[in-house]
Design a protein around this ligand. Structure first.
Ligand code: HAM
Length: 416
């Protein structure tokens, strides 16, 4: 038997009905905030992610699904969407026509991580990118949108962590000092952690290893002693707005995020309900990325969130099955086309869900199925009634049946 690939999931109607509902809410939420949907390809050139997410990150180093195409081009299934959105923005030279571009996206992303609860190899993200504003109110808008989305979906036990990574060469200076201060304890580090300390020292700050955590807590320099007064002011303005909006947050000076493109504000939303994979959503400013990928000097900020983790946090019940409004019960082969025609008419005229049996089951078992689908009404094509161009309509909740002229069915339901 051929099975699905580890870390991927088949979604059946009991799952997709919930996801469709989430997407419907997200589409409306984003549109009323002035963000329009962007859809970019699922695969891109490998170089795009190496140059944006960063060559020394876990994502690029060991988690990407990458292959060489027939024409020797390196291609990669997107591990995230920010790089693709920025690539598309640059390619269209949108800064020439729009002072600010606000996008959102919903779609699959791929990372070859070790699968566990809340961690998949094909997962789904929704996210936003605001490209064009350097101002703290843009940061605050993005963070408050993330927060309000989880509130909208009824997620509780939410925590926002926020930090600043500064700008300019602060990252390099701080990384060098961090490395120096932690190398004194290198005997305590395992091989993977030593490589990380060498190649991407900032990531040591959010190590989950308790021993390393303690060393970091006691010895790592504070990034706020490095960042410029302008960046400090920017950070304070962001938190001032969050305070006014009554959005709760904690300043976590060890929050660094796992992608290299960040500058200044970074943030994560976590939920203690989620277990080990507690990050619901993460984001931040990436003021250099548009320029670094060949565009103009355009400041940007965004976030992305895992849909599977949102669903875990929402604690959703699975839907039993797809419901219907009206169930047409076929009695004889010769009425099949007529019942399908009536179903189409009712869907078109009334916009209701109509189900027609295709198994040629007994009336009794069609009736049972109609109940299982929570049909409010059933229509029975009874041969005696049809002689007078009538059908039976049964109100399933009240268990009442009456005969109605076929030509009057639409107006019958309109008055119901
Ligand atoms: P990220 O933190 O790598 O950021 O991913 C964002 C969210 O995607 C995570 O918080 C998590 O909910 C979900 N996620 C990531 N990996 C997995 C996985 N293997 N399985 C399930 N869910 C996962 C980014 O992707 C950045 N592009 C965010 C951003 C947008 N920054 C600026 N703009």
């Amino acid at each position: 038997m051929i099975k699905n690939i580890k870390g991927t999931k088949d979604l059946f109607p009991s799952d997709t009905l919930n996801i469709q509902d989430i997407e419907r809410h997200l589409n409306i939420f984003m549109n009323i905030h002035g963000y329009g949907e962007i859809r970019t390809p699922i695969f891109e050139s490998t170089e795009l992610f190496a140059r944006s997410v960063g060559e020394h990150t876990d994502i690029v180093n060991k988690e990407m699904y990458t292959w060489i195409d027939q024409n020797k081009q390196g291609l990669t299934l997107r591990p995230e969407m920010t790089a693709s959105v920025v690539r598309a923005y640059i390619q269209k030279q949108l800064w020439k026509t729009e002072p600010i571009s606000k996008f959102y996206y919903i779609g699959p992303a791929f990372r070859r991580e070790r699968p566990q609860k809340g961690r998949l190899r094909q997962f789904h993200q929704f996210g936003v990118e605001a490209i064009g504003s350097p101002n703290p109110e843009q940061d605050a808008e993005i963070i408050s949108m993330a927060y309000n989305i989880y509130k909208m979906f009824g997620v509780t036990n939410l925590e926002i962590k926020i930090n600043s990574l500064g700008s300019g060469d602060i990252r390099e200076k701080y990384s060098a000092d961090l490395k120096k201060s932690l190398l004194k304890f290198k005997n305590e580090f395992n091989e993977a952690e030593l490589i990380r300390l060498e190649k991407n020292p900032l990531r040591i700050l959010d190590s989950k290893n308790k021993k390393i955590k303690k060393i970091v807590d006691e010895n790592a320099p504070n990034i706020f002693n490095y960042i410029s007064s302008e960046d400090n002011e920017h950070f304070n303005s962001v938190t001032d707005i969050l305070n006014e909006l009554k959005i709760p947050y904690t300043h976590d000076q060890k929050l660094v995020r796992g992608l290299d493109y960040y500058t200044k504000t970074v943030f994560e939303l976590i939920s203690s309900d989620l277990g080990a994979q507690d990050a619901l959503c993460g984001g931040g400013r990436y003021d250099n990325l548009v320029k670094d990928l060949g565009g103009e000097n355009i400041p940007s900020i965004g976030f992305a969130a895992g849909i599977e983790r949102l669903i875990l946090a929402m604690n959703l019940e699975n839907n039993e099955n797809l419901n219907t409004d009206i169930y047409i019960i076929n009695t004889e082969k010769k009425y099949i086309a007529k019942s399908m025609e009536l179903a189409d008419l009712l869907r078109k005229e009334l916009g209701v869900a109509v189900y027609v049996d295709s198994l040629r089951r007994s009336i009794k078992s069609q009736m049972r199925h109609a109940n299982k689908m929570n049909a409010k009404f059933s229509i029975i094509f009874d041969s005696e009634k049809l002689k007078n161009d009538e059908v039976f309509i049964k109100n399933m909740n009240e268990n009442k049946q009456e005969s109605i002229l076929i030509n009057d069915i639409v107006s019958y339901f309109e008055s119901e």
